[in-house]
Ligand binder design. Sequence first.
Ligand code: UGC
Length: 578
Amino acid sequence: MDEIINNPTINFRIFDITEGVEQLDEVFVDLANSTLGGKVIECSDEFFAEAFNLLKPQKPIREWGRYTERGAWMDGWETKRHNPSYDWVVIKLGFEGYLTGFDIDTAHFVGNQAPLADVEACYSPHKDPIYNDDTNWHKVLPKVNLGPSSQHFFGIQKTIKFTHVKLNIYPDGGVARFRVYGVVSARWPKDLSTPIDLAYVGNEGRVISHSDQHFGKSDNILLPGRGKDMSDGWETKRSRQPNHKDWVIIKLGVPGYLEKAEVDTAFFKGNYPDSVLLEGCFCDKDELLGNIKSNQWVSLLERSKLGPHKQHYFELKEKNKKFSHVKMTIFPDGGVKRLRIIGRRELPKNGNDNASQSAIHTSDVSLTRITAIPLTYTSYSPYGHIIQSFPEHFPASQNSISVSRIKVTPANQGTARKYNNIAPVINFRQSNIQNQSGNSTSNKTHVIAKAEPNLSLYKCSPAKSLPFTLRLMERHPYSSQMFVPLNNGKVKGYLVVVCLSNEEEDRPDLSTLNAFVVSSTQGISYHPGIWHHPMIALEETTDFVCLTHESGVADEDCEEFEFEEKDFVLIDVPGFNC
Ligand SMILES: NC(=O)N[C@@H](O)C(=O)O
């Protein structure tokens, strides 16, 4: 039963449980969800359970009998007792947008749930608000009652655009999940013919219907990044009918001219679909979609084979037709992690394709546009090393690549474990050492001025625009180079772009190009001679300690290579804004 409560600041409705899910979760995006990049900025207290749990995509669980040294382990945010005023948590939305509703879920909190809550919001795109600063907070949900272990859905009139929300609980207690439903407000490139992922949730793409989502929500295919395991992809149940197929329909953020697609089966290794096909249609009303006859769907990609745990790139047909919706059909069933639909809102004017000359190849989709992926030892090993801590008692059997080469010794009178040589520091220069013939002693060593180690600090300003346009690369032929971020976790991550060398032409080999989103708890090193883009900070100014060997002879310390415009590459960095 809906309850219309008129409120001087806003009109909002309380939904009953079933209607709440229908009205909110199916129609709107949870802008605060961690899978969209939502994150906790700060909170007043998280004594019993940390605030980041509020934003986890998974449903809350209860592990009876599990305790921390502070109390019962709770899958949510829980503050300590007897707060004389109230507790609060500030959350940065994954994408800025217009708010339409909330779900304040007190699952498993019984007797320790927060009894009252309200919500505020602000628009602060360039800096995160801090407590008691001059941020202009708007009340978007007045104080509401919360009961034990239940979801509480609230629909509100669509608000203005916000970047952050603040959940206030009175006086203290626990909340399991906090969903902030709304509509993404995309930041479009100025040039209408710039190729972008028109299906991406950050570009206002939405899944509007599907045949099945038994194991994994169909919405997941439009999320940033490649996810962390099988749980955050779209996965249908096993079909037992002959000739079965499953499908999902996406409403593009804006209608556009479609050129390329990426179908990613990351983490689906034994349950990826055998094959996939893509169709498009132009329909300016979702509700009319139901009337689209099967023959009104236009084929964009014929049925094509898929493989396990892999990004598949396809050229699309009908590049000169405008589409508003895309239908992906998988045969017979299975899991897909992500679908990217690269297109343009408008075709380049009279063939003068500035966007293509400035950023887009048409020859090979893998060089046209790539998506930054999370850093792993395996994927990064051709380019360098990862510098990061190890869990306390790291079982050597796991991730052996990271531990087997590293000798761990006790140190500091047994109070520390020393992980030796976690990454090599290399200097191929031989200071004035020459063999008899006067040549360098090997094809890698080189007689030049003596090089000295330089331990420096780089203060990197964040990328001004995303997707990132790769215009140049550099390399240090005789020295490894290491970067370790200094930020105290305020920085979500940074972008590392690398490729190997084309030996014949002695230039970057873009067919080996890779872009990695590196977490702020990791450092990296480049092998000598590896082409890389100068360090790219994301969203925040980021300090890096850097170690390299330098002789002061410019061309030998660092070589640069500037690409022709036709070779520029666009790099999507899911989950990050600029
Ligand atoms: N998490 C937990 O133990 N909470 C209770 O002790 C409490 O509400 O104080």
